[in-house]
Ligand binder design. Structure first.
Ligand code: MCF
Ligand code: FE
Length: 402
């Protein structure tokens, strides 16, 4: 048994002061230090520096590890030019080494991320995801816009799903990602969703990210028209906005972005119990605007997306950017919501037994240290976001990794 002591503990009831947490692989009890010490006299005591805060380990619900070697290769500023640059750099994934991906996992770890959702385009990230200390929801991606190639694409996808299934464990969960309405043929969508239902796999999909995507799936024109015509000889979208959203009606899905969704689209997705990953830096860099998260009624997480559309996987960098980009929202409420968006909310979305400091949850902890005492407990979320670059300690399943 271990007893972790810090000035503050973040719980769903707010920041507790003067308490400690007893844990082994899971959390056993949260109480006064003296009470825990009496209850577990042989426990190892872990002290933390003054002004430290214990958070549940952070969850980054959406990342693409296979693009971890991008720094200056992809074109930023506008979505379709970015997508063209991805298509042009098809060897990027092949050139991304195990070390590039390990470094990406480490960067997340040092910023407090103890679980992440990995979109796997190719399966090249499987080994890294099974060996990293973090919990991983491994979303095997399916895409392909040509009907005549759908059988081959599906067979390759199933092989990747089967490979990943062999690694299912307490720390690794196989899931499915349908890339997007513009890139995935309805035949593939239906097969993948019916597999997800049958095997109880979590589902994710990029949706309504750019204005160009919205124009294409709503009206069949805009920048995507030229792209699809030029690259694939396709002149009509393979899914409309409605047809795509309807495919997911009875399978709550973690949609990514929604930065170009209308209020009506959002109300529809809310009514079907879906959730969304907000990736503010990715959206900014690819010219996709910003999702107004404070107005949402559906669960939303904050995620980094991949290094394909970001300059770091440090989750605190993402939270700081979000604070700046949502410039007119109440600062303290936003800071509190942002902490929820990387803890309890994504834990529910990804069905992980962590994300809150509560008895029986996994002992996944991120400990940060504020540079000075906070004037008010209510302000801790903001100070933590503004001042943290790296965490002080980090535990996953009761084991220390930072
Ligand atoms: O989330 C960002 C932007 N939106 C869509 N896709 C991706 C992102 N980062 C990487 N991707 C991948 C996606 O998984 O890029 C490819 C897919 O494999 C685009 S389709 C050729
Ligand atoms: Fe993405």
């Amino acid at each position: 048994m271990n007893i972790l002591v810090a000035d503050f503990i973040y719980t769903n009831e707010g920041y507790l002061q003067g308490k400690a947490v007893a844990f082994d692989e899971t959390i056993q009890k949260i109480d006064d230090f003296d009470i825990l010490k009496n209850l577990y006299p042989n426990a190892k005591i872990i002290n933390t520096p003054k002004n430290s805060v214990i958070y549940p380990g952070f969850i980054n619900s959406h990342v693409h590890l296979e693009f971890s070697n991008n720094k200056t290769s992809l074109e930023y500023g506008s979505f379709v030019p970015w997508l063209k640059s991805v298509i042009k750099n098809t060897d990027m994934i092949q050139k991304c080494t195990t070390n590039d991906m390990k470094r990406a996992c480490e960067e997340m770890l040092k910023s407090g991320v103890t679980s992440f959702g990995a979109i796997s385009s190719n399966g090249n990230d499987l080994q890294v995801c099974t060996e990293t200390p973090q919990r991983v929801v491994f979303f095997n991606e399916i895409l392909g816009s040509k009907e005549e190639n759908s059988e081959v694409s599906y067979d390759l996808f199933i092989k990747r799903v089967e490979n990943s299934l062999q690694h299912n464990s307490q720390k690794f969960k196989t899931a499915i990602s349908i890339h997007s309405p513009y890139s995935t043929h309805p035949i593939l969508i239906r097969k993948a969703i019916s597999l997800a239902k049958k095997k109880k796999f979590l589902l994710s999909a990029h949706l309504l990210e750019s204005k160009a995507e919205k124009e294409w799936i709503e009206e069949g024109n805009g920048e995507f028209y030229n792209l699809y015509n030029e690259f694939f000889g396709i002149t009509k979208p393979i899914n409309t906005k409605q047809s795509f959203m309807q495919e997911f009606n009875d399978t709550p899905t973690h949609f990514i972005h929604l930065s170009s969704a209308t209020l009506e689209d959002i109300a529809y997705l809310e009514s079907k119990n879906h959730s969304v990953a907000h990736c503010p830096r990715s959206n900014r860099l690819l010219g996709c605007g910003i999702l107004d998260v404070c107005k949402l009624n559906m669960p939303w997480s904050t995620a980094t997306d991949g290094l394909s559309s970001n300059w770091s996987l440090n989750i605190f960098d993402e939270l700081r950017a979000s604070l700046m980009l949502h410039a007119t929202d109440d600062l303290h409420n936003l800071a509190d919501s942002l902490i929820k968006s990387i803890t309890s909310v994504p834990a529910k979305i990804l069905d992980l037994n962590c994300g809150v400091i509560e008895v029986e949850k996994f002992a996944d902890f991120t400990i940060i240290t504020l540079p000075d005492s906070p004037n008010a407990v209510e302000e801790i979320s903001l100070w933590a976001i503004l001042h943290t670059k790296q965490v002080n300690q980090l535990y996953i399943g009761g084991n220390r990794y930072v």
